[in-house]
Ligand binder design. Structure first.
Ligand SMILES: [Zn+2]
Length: 69
């Protein structure tokens, strides 16, 4: 029987949220950050105020931002 541990999930998502913020800051400064899945450089996409995010070319990393950097 598989049991989900939501405590662990919440902790890890909070941690990854901070990691994502740091990652996005690096990209915003012009540093290259590679996707952990495909090793392609992540790109900051700013198409509109509501759709700012970080994506890799293959799409396995696709982070949307709700707050301004
Ligand atoms: Zn990728």
């Amino acid at each position: 029987m598989t049991k989900l541990d939501f405590t662990t999930i919440n902790k890890s998502s909070a941690k990854s949220f901070n990691e994502q913020k740091n990652m996005i800051k690096k990209i915003g400064k012009g540093q290259t950050v590679l996707c952990v899945s495909c090793d392609q450089p992540l790109q900051l996409s700013v198409s509109s105020e509501q759709e700012t995010g970080v994506k890799c070319l293959k799409g396995c990393t696709n982070i949307g931002l709700e707050v301004e950097i």
